[in-house]
Design a protein around this ligand. Sequence first.
Ligand code: NAP
Length: 495
Amino acid sequence: MTDIQLLPAVVDFLARPHGHFIDGQYRSGDSDRLIDVYNPSTGQVVSRFHDASAADVDSAVQGARRAFKGAWAEVSPYEKGVILNRLADLIEANGEELAQLETLCSGKSINLSRGLEIAQSVVFLRYFAGWATKITGQTMTPSLPSFNGERYTAFTLREPVGVVAGIVPWNFSVMIGIWKIASALVTGCTIVVKPSEFTPLTLLRIAELAVQAGVPAGAFNVVNGTGRAGQALIDHCDVAKVAFTGSVPTGIAVGKAAMAANLTRATLELGGKNPAALLADVDVDAAVAGILQTAYVHQGQVCASPERLYVHRSKVEAFTQKLAAALQQLKIGSALDQDAQFGPLANQAHLQKILGYFERARSNNTVVCGARQVERPGYFVEPTVILANGADDPLLHEETFGPIVCVLPFDDEEQLVTLMNDSPFGLTASIWTNDLSKAFRLIPQIEAGTVWVNMHTFLDPAVPFGGSKASGVGREFGSAFIDDYTELKSVMIRF
Ligand code: NAP
C-alpha cells in the first residue's frame, strides 16, 4: 500500500516558520539556530524550527506568570472545566490534521496517532476537566485549650503552585503533553511546555486550538528547543514546579537542577525495564497476542511496555516460537501507510542505539527472530526476540526502549519474584495466568508502580500512574496529581 494523502492543512502548517507559542501568539523566535525535523519513515526533513533563546524562555515564563496572577485566576473552576472540554472537542474535530502532523515527526503509525495519541488525549482532557470543580480542602477542629470560652476551627485550602515547566519526550508528545497541560490548567496553574526537539510541531497547533477554546493568553505556552531550552526553563526563578517525563539519566539531572534552582518541586516520570511473568498455567496463544500488542506497539518505544519476559520453563519453547512466527508476519512499512503494522524508530540516534543492542545480542545471545536493520530509507528495524544469557545478562537490565524482548525461563514463584525485582527500575509489571489466587499472592511482592494481570501497558485516566524505585517520583491521573500541582495552606480561626 501507499502513504495516505496529507491534508492541505497539514501541508500548509508544515510550510510555516516554526518556533514557539508564547502569550497567546505563534512566534517564530529570533534565534538563528534552526533545527531540522525529520520524517522517520523516510529520513527526509519535513520542517524546521528556531531553537528557543534564553529570551524566548523568559518571555514564555513571564507570560505564564501574568496569566497565573491575572486572567486564568479570574476564571471560575466551572468555567475552567468548560474551557478544557471545549479544547477536547476542538482536538477531536481537528483529529486527522493533528494525527498526520504527529505521525510525520514521530514515525508513529497513523492508526496509532489517530486511535491512541489523539483519541486518548481527548479522553484524558475530558477526565481532567471534570476535576475542575472538585478540588477541595478539609475542615478540622483543633484541640487547643479554651480558657475563656474561646473556640477554634481550622480548614485547608488547595492553592495552585504557579507556573509549571512541562518537559515532554518524543514517544507520545501529544498525550504526555496533555497530561501536564490539563493537570496544570485544571488546578489553576499555568504552563510552559518544552516538547522534544524531534516532535516539536503538534503541541504548537494544539496551543492555537487552546486559544480558540478560551484559554487566556499566557496560560499555555510552548517553547521549542533542545535540552538546553529545558534547562533554561527549569533554572527560571519564576517556575514553581517541574513536571518531567523522560529517561532516568536526564530525570536525575532535571531533579537536581530543579532543587538547585529554587528548591523547585519536581515530579519525574522516568524509564523502566518492565517485567512480564508468564506462569506455568498461562494460555500461550493469549499471552502471545497480549505481548505482541503491548511490547511492540510504537516499535517498543513506550515507557510502560514489557522488555523482560520471565516464562515458566515448560512454556518457553511454545511461547517464543509462536511469538516469533507472529512477529515475522507483521507488515513493516511507512508510518503513513494505514496497512503497515510495524513502522520506523523515531530518530536516527535511537536507531543507532538499537543497532548497538542488536550487535551485542548477535555476539552474546540466541536470537529467536529479528535483530536486523531493514534495508530501506528511514529508521526501520525488525521486531526482535532474544533469549537471555542468564539472570545477569545486561539485556535484562538496560532499558532499550525499542522492539526487543528478552526471555528468561524460571522454575518456581520464589525465584520469579527475585528475578522480577532484580532491577533499579520499578515502573510497570504484568502477570499472565488463569489462576487469580497466584496473581493476588504475587502482586504485593512486585516492586512496580503499576501491576497488570493478563494485560500490560494500558493506561486509564482514573488509575494513578508513575514509577517506584528509579522509575520516578510522583503520580499522574486519578486524584493523585492534585497534590503535586497545588500547595496545601492551613487556616486556623479563634472565635
Ligand atoms: P530524554 O532524553 O530524557 O528527554 C526527555 C525530554 O527532556 C526531552 O524534551 C528532552 O529534550 C529534554 N531534555 C534533555 N536534556 C534536558 C535537560 N538537561 N534539562 C531539561 N530537559 C532536558 O528522554 P527521551 O529519549 O525523549 O524519551 C525516552 C525516555 O522517556 C525513556 O527512558 C522512556 O522510558 C521515558 N518515558 C517515560 C514515561 C513515563 O511516564 N514514565 C513516558 C514516556 C517516556 P530533547 O529531546 O530535545 O533533547
